[in-house]
Write a protein that binds this ligand. Structure first.
Ligand code: AMP
Ligand code: MG
Length: 477
């Protein structure tokens, strides 16, 4: 289908007025298309035959058939403090496609929920969100997606003047934990029910009509969130702003801000410069997600038995641990389950933290391990502890049935050669600031196929240059 023929429907507008606010889009000055994602276009089922039209849609200069732009209302716990009304302050929804993608513009101007904000997004943060949405998909992690990125000559005030940009995002759902919190806090329990029905329709269709559907939705969300967090931890992803308004009711990664991939392994790493207490530090994430689910549980309490939800939530830690160890076993090339695997991992992480070993490079290099540990040992200053670990690992491998080459193939498909580290994103941003978008195209190539070799982009494999390691990013975007 051509993009021009894409139609959208507005099911969210069928909910009562307090859920949303219809809003006009404020286009950017002199917009231009920077990049679009062929994979996102493909899942949407559209052919990008007219780049001007894609730019017009992304800038709000044209509307898809059926579109009535609106912003969504929600609340949320930000850094542990409840904020009774947030809402889409700079995101404007365009509607839902027949195949279930909710299209949304980020940075297309103010809405009813903008509070003090200008409704804009700057180019650097838009590049980060655009690329990372596609990169998470490439890593097989549930996420919102990004169809297109446009730049402009529109001045936007931050610490300095910057240029405005818009990402055309798409998600199977934009409903957040905080959406439920809004209606709970305002004691509009009938609207909680309408919202739960909407979420089941949108993200839990298989539960529709079941007598216990609300409870089953919560139970499944606990499971999906545990899986999501296991994958974040496994791949070394630090989200940075795990407020309940950034938690997806569908169990997706949403709202990319000051995120980072680990460089050197550091359990206590904090990517968000404003997170002075380390609430959202890398190692805290699984527990934070559980706390966020408990906030949601309160918000759902008028609909579902609190005790049953508590029982469901009590399973989170076990679910998380099982998913996590399962994922890490795959990263280590292990198919057989062994009780000793978790202690072996802890031992490894202790060494990685001590030695400052790049998290993803380690696993990629280990993916070609065949009793010659020289490539791994070369990553360490102090080699003896790692040598001991490798001896142990070799012994552990003897319990496996797979051949060396089978193990290598499986591990190379599990341990990415490329993750979009902050220094790489910064490289693309610096180039883009000079009007050269080639860095974005290069990183999109890596984002789409992070397990492939990409010899021509080899310089992005391995650890970050020393000066750029484990940086913190500001929230300003
Ligand atoms: P975030 O942490 O980026 O997900 O944003 C938290 C809240 O602040 C959301 O309600 C956003 O819509 C809002 N917000 C962030 N930046 C802006 C902005 N520049 N203009 C208006 N609202 C904003
Ligand atoms: Mg947000």
């Amino acid at each position: 289908m051509k993009l021009k023929d894409l139609k959208v429907q507005m099911p969210y507008l069928e909910l009562e007025a307090e859920f949303h606010d219809k809003t006009d889009i404020s286009p950017l000055k002199n917009p231009f298309l920077i990049s679009y994602s062929p994979d996102a276009a493909e899942i949407l089922g559209v052919e990008i035959d007219d780049e001007d039209f894609l730019t017009q849609i992304t800038n709000g200069d044209a509307l898809l058939e059926g579109s009535e732009p609106f912003a969504m209302c929600y609340a949320g716990h930000q850094f542990g403090h409840f904020v009774p009304r947030l809402g889409d302050g700079r995101a404007i929804n365009l509607g839902k496609t027949e195949n279930g993608w909710n299209l949304q513009l980020k940075g297309a101007g103010q809405t009813l929920y903008s509070r003090q904000g200008d409704g804009r997004a700057v180019l650097r943060s838009s590049i980060r969100e655009y690329l990372m949405s596609e990169a998470m998909c490439g890593l097989h992690i549930a996420t919102s997606r990004a169809l297109a990125l446009i730049g402009s000559e529109h001045d936007v005030a931050r610490e300095r003047w910057e240029k405005g940009a818009i990402v055309l995002r798409m998600s199977t759902s934009w409903v957040r934990f905080g959406t439920f919190e809004y209606f709970y806090n305002t004691k509009q329990f009938d609207k909680l029910e309408a919202l739960a029905d909407y979420v089941i329709d949108e993200s839990y269709a298989h539960l529709k009509g079941q007598k216990d559907a609300y409870f089953l939705m919560f139970e499944e969300l606990v499971d999906r969130t545990a899986l999501l967090l296991a994958k974040w931890q496994g791949v070394g992803f630090n989200h940075g702003v795990m407020n309940t308004d950034n938690m997806s009711m569908a169990g997706l990664t949403i709202d990319y801000g000051p995120f980072a991939f680990l460089d050197d392994y550091d359990f206590e790493y904090i990517c968000n410069h404003t997170d002075t207490q380390g609430r959202y530090a890398f190692g805290q994430q699984p527990a934070v997600a559980q706390w966020n689910l408990s906030m949601l549980m309160h918000a759902l309490s008028p609909l579902i038995s609190f005790e049953r939800m508590q029982e469901a939530l009590a399973k989170y830690e076990t679910l998380y641990s099982e998913y996590y160890i399962g994922f890490m076993r795959k990263k280590l090339g292990l198919l057989v389950e062994d009780e000793d695997d978790l202690p072996m991992l802890r031992w490894l992480f202790g060494m990685m933290q001590q030695e400052g070993i790049d998290y993803n490079s380690f696993f990629r290099i280990l993916s070609r391990y065949d009793d010659d540990g020289s490539a791994i040992l070369a990553m360490c200053d102090l080699q003896d502890p790692m040598r001991d670990w490798l001896v142990h690992y070799s012994k552990r491998l003897e319990k496996e049935q797979t051949s060396v080459s089978e193990r290598h193939t499986q591990m190379l498909a599990t341990n990415p050669k490329y993750v979009l580290k902050n220094y790489m994103l910064q490289y693309a941003i610096d180039k883009a600031d000079r009007g050269d978008f080639s860095g974005i195209f290069e990183l999109l190539t890596l984002a789409r196929a992070p397990f492939d070799e990409h010899v021509e982009l080899e310089s992005f494999a391995g650890s970050a240059p020393k000066v750029f390691k484990n940086l913190k990013l500001s929230c300003s975007s």
